[in-house]
Design a binder for this molecule. Structure first.
Ligand SMILES: [Zn+2]
Length: 367
C-alpha cells in the first residue's frame, strides 16, 4: 500500500533537490536510489538520462518518460560591485522571479543563497509601480561588495541557480513548492513501479527519468532512440486554471479530478496529438479500474511525448499529466490524491499493456 504520506515524502525529497536542465546530478542520485529498489537493472546514458528496467514476460518494451530537470537560472555576468546578472534556463515569467530567494551552486558544488532584488515602492517613480523589469535587467544579490568577493565565493559565469523553496502541505491534500513540474511526474513513475510489487508485466518496462526537457525536450529523444520502445507514455504536469480571474471556459483541467490523459497539446507552437490507440488504452484502464480521469487538451507547452513519438519508425506515444496550478513559479500546487491516482493509472497500465494493445499499434501489411 502506498499512502498519501509516502507520496508526500517522496515528492518532497525530489522537489527540494537541485536540478536545473543539464545540471541534474543531485536529483538523479535520488532517482537512482529509488529505482534500485524496484528495477532489475538501472543505467545512465552519456547525457544523464536514467533508465530503470523492470523485466516483463516478453521483450516488447513500454517506455515511461518523466523529465527530472527543472527551470533555473544561469549566471552570465558578475558586476564590479558584486551583483550577479543572469539568463533564464527554461520558460520563466518576470512575475515568478522578482523578489525570490535563489540557491546558486558554486564551482565547488556548494550552495549559496542569493536574492533577486526588487525596487521598494517608496523609491519607484509615480506611474511605474506596476512595471516589472525584464529578466536581463534583474540581478542577484549574494551579499558581496565586489567582483573579487563573488569570485572568492566560488561563483563564476556559467554557475546555475534554482529557486530556494521547500515543499509544504497546503490544506488537507494539496502541496505547494518549486519544481513540481516535473518532480511530480518522476514521483508518479517511481510510485507506479512500487505499486507493481511482485506482479510481472507482459512488456518490459523502461522507466526513464529524462534530462533537459525544459530547454527543448532534449533527453527524451536520445532515450527513445536508445530504447526503441514498442510504445511510450510521457508523464508531466499540466496546467490547472481552476482559479479566480480565469473565465469558466478555460477551466478544462481541475485539481482533484484525477490524472489528465493527453489528447493534444502544443497549440499554435506545433500541435502534438497523442496516438489514438495509446489514448484509448489509458482511458480503458482508468475506466475499468475506476480511477478518476480528465482529458487534456492543452493549448500551450508540450511534453517528452512529442520528442519520442516521431523517432525511429514512429513510436506510438501518449501522456498522463498531473493537474498543477501556478506552473513555473515558486508556488506550484497540486493535489496528492491526483498524484496517487496518476501512479495507480500508470501502474495498472504497465500490467495491462499486452498483446491486444501491441496488435493495435503494429505495422500492417495491406497487400
Ligand atoms: Zn515545465
Amino acid at each position: 500500500m502506498v499512502t498519501l504520506e509516502d507520496a508526500f515524502q517522496l515528492l518532497k525529497k525530489l522537489s527540494d533537490s537541485f536540478g536545473p536542465s543539464a545540471h541534474e546530478e543531485e536529483v538523479r542520485q535520488i532517482i537512482i536510489e529509488e529505482l534500485e529498489k524496484t528495477c532489475d537493472k538501472v543505467m545512465v546514458d552519456r547525457w544523464g538520462n536514467v533508465y530503470g528496467i523492470r523485466n516483463g514476460k516478453t521483450d516488447n518494451k513500454l517506455m515511461i518518460a518523466a523529465h527530472m530537470d527543472e527551470i533555473g537560472l544561469i549566471i552570465d555576468k558578475i558586476e564590479k560591485n558584486g551583483f550577479l546578472r543572469f539568463r533564464p534556463i527554461g520558460g520563466w515569467t518576470e512575475q515568478a522571479l522578482i523578489s525570490q530567494r535563489v540557491v546558486i551552486r558554486n564551482i565547488k558544488g556548494e550552495k549559496i543563497i542569493g536574492v533577486i532584488g526588487v525596487r521598494p515602492p517608496h523609491a519607484t517613480p509615480p506611474g511605474e509601480e506596476r512595471k516589472l523589469p525584464e529578466i536581463k535587467d534583474m540581478y542577484i544579490d549574494v551579499g558581496a561588495r565586489s567582483r573579487e568577493e563573488v569570485e572568492e565565493m566560488g561563483i563564476r559565469p556559467g554557475c546555475v541557480a534554482v529557486l530556494e523553496r521547500y515543499l509544504t502541505r497546503l490544506g488537507k491534500k494539496l502541496v505547494t513548492g518549486k519544481a513540481l513540474d516535473n518532480r511530480a511526474g518522476v514521483a508518479a513513475m517511481l510510485l507506479a513501479l512500487k505499486m507493481l510489487e511482485r506482479e510481472e508485466p507482459y512488456m518490459t518496462i523502461y522507466a526513464v527519468a529524462t534530462v533537459q526537457e525544459e530547454i527543448g525536450l532534449r533527453g527524451a529523444g536520445i532515450a527513445a532512440e536508445k530504447v526503441n520502445p514498442t510504445l511510450a507514455i510521457a508523464l508531466d504536469t499540466t496546467i490547472a486554471l481552476d482559479v479566480p480571474g480565469v473565465p469558466e471556459r478555460e477551466h478544462t483541467i481541475k485539481l482533484g479530478a484525477g490524472p489528465a490523459i493527453k489528447v493534444m497539446d502544443g497549440g499554435r507552437l506545433g500541435m502534438f496529438i497523442a496516438h489514438r490507440a495509446v489514448r484509448e488504452f489509458l482511458i480503458e484502464v482508468a475506466e475499468s479500474e475506476k480511477i478518476p480521469y480528465q482529458l487534456e487538451i492543452l493549448l500551450g507547452g508540450t511534453t517528452d511525448a512529442t520528442a519520442i513519438a516521431f523517432r525511429r519508425e514512429g513510436i506510438p506515444a501518449g501522456g498522463i499529466a498531473i493537474p498543477t496550478r501556478y506552473v513555473h513559479s515558486s508556488v506550484e500546487t497540486l493535489d496528492l490524491e491526483d498524484l496517487l491516482n496518476t501512479a495507480k493509472l500508470l501502474s495498472r497500465s504497465m500490467i495491462r499493456a499486452g498483446p491486444e494493445l501491441i496488435e493495435k499499434i503494429r505495422d500492417v501489411i495491406v497487400k
